[in-house]
Design a protein around this ligand. Structure first.
Ligand SMILES: [Fe+2]
Ligand SMILES: [Fe+2]
Length: 347
């Protein structure tokens, strides 16, 4: 059964005043609406770049989930991997896509994704309606989904990076530049998670689910990457196809007016800093566009790595190409290929 606790609300105010208050709330003035406290507590617009208060109504204060630490000598820590700049046109060009299965390894990877997707849908309460069975995801349901999904999404890149790092040292061989991209991917996924955690604080039930999922997923990927890195990259590529699909649906639902609470929302500061979101392009919709583009990049990277010789090929995403006039893989999404690059095109 759902229980609702509203610490402070502006719902009774006239619309114009409420909008002003939404825009003017400072970091310390936070509204918390909790449904099923064990799962997630949604923080309604706790972040803004403005420090002004438009409303005289006293606000109930809660602790910030993970406030930026300011010590006597250190003001802030910079992102370890600066995010490449995405243009609005590049992000708009991202599409839902599926790489066809070509061999038994692809079938194994796809089957594992279907099983995992089923489990994730069940655990996070995710469904999407059909014309016969209409069903609407709410902002809260999507947020539960996003937090849970991102908490496991940061695992594969780290596992693969660690294993390649150990392999390189153990075998006294070069890695050919793969480790950096793999670790950067897991860093990027963790930034997705930290961004969503600025909007929703997970309860005990969510924490237990994440703990269990991480334990299982880390160990399963560790074994799977030792057995077949190629199949594991394909598996992650197919998983990222699903992530692009989920965020596309969130954007479509937002555009269709089905997620009214997200319409006025602004991206938290952590997101503005990380993606270098320009002024006037810092809405929740903009944020989802950035995150979806990141997922499309992971999709491209992993499908491409799954096409390569795991032991000898260089990482095409950090490589310098002899012919610079031709499109080639890179860090950004300028030449994004939804189903990955074939080996003959780039090596
Ligand atoms: Fe993600
Ligand atoms: Fe991803």
């Amino acid at each position: 059964m759902y229980t609702t606790r509203v610490a402070s609300t502006y719902s009774a105010r006239p619309a114009a005043q409420a909008l002003k208050a939404l825009n003017g709330l400072s970091r310390s003035a936070v509204t918390v609406v909790t449904h099923r406290p064990g799962l997630i507590a949604i923080q309604q617009q706790p972040w803004t770049t403005s420090k002004r208060h438009f409303s005289a109504t006293p606000q109930t204060q809660i602790r910030e989930f993970f406030p930026e630490k300011e010590t006597d000598k250190v003001r802030k820590t910079e992102a370890a991997w600066a995010h490449p700049i995405y243009t609005p046109e590049q992000m708009k060009a991202v599409t839902v896509a599926h790489r066809d299965m070509r061999n038994w390894s692809d079938y194994v990877a796809m089957t594992m994704v279907r099983i995992l997707r089923w489990g994730l849908d069940l655990a996070s309460g995710y469904r999407h309606g059909t014309p016969d069975k209409p069903f609407h995801m709410t902002e809260r349901k999507y947020m539960v989904r996003n937090v849970f999904l991102e908490s496991v999404a940061g695992v594969p890149g780290m596992v693969a990076g660690v294993l390649r790092h150990l392999h390189s040292m153990r075998r006294m061989k070069r890695d050919n530049g793969w480790i950096e991209t793999l670790l950067e991917e897991s860093y990027n996924e963790r930034m997705h998670l930290l961004t969503f955690l600025k909007m929703a604080e997970p309860g005990w039930f969510m924490r237990v689910m994440v703990l269990g999922a991480q334990g299982v997923f880390f160990n399963a990927l560790f074994i799977s990457y030792l057995m077949s890195p190629r199949t594991t990259h394909r598996f992650i590529g197919y998983l990222e196809e699903e992530a692009v699909l989920t965020y596309t649906r969130e954007i479509e639902d937002l555009d269709a007016g089905l997620l009214p609470k997200w319409e006025k929302m602004q991206a938290p500061d952590i997101a503005v800093d990380y993606w270098k979101m320009p002024e006037g392009h810092r809405s929740m919709r903009d944020l989802l566009m950035y995150i979806r583009a990141d997922e499309a990049k992971h999709r491209e990277v992993n499908h491409t790595l799954g096409n390569l010789d795991q032991k000898n090929d260089p990482n095409p995403f950090v490589a310098e190409y002899k012919d610079k006039t031709k499109p080639h893989p890179g860090k950004g999404i300028q030449y994004l290929k939804a189903t990955g690059w074939e080996r003959e095109e780039i090596i």
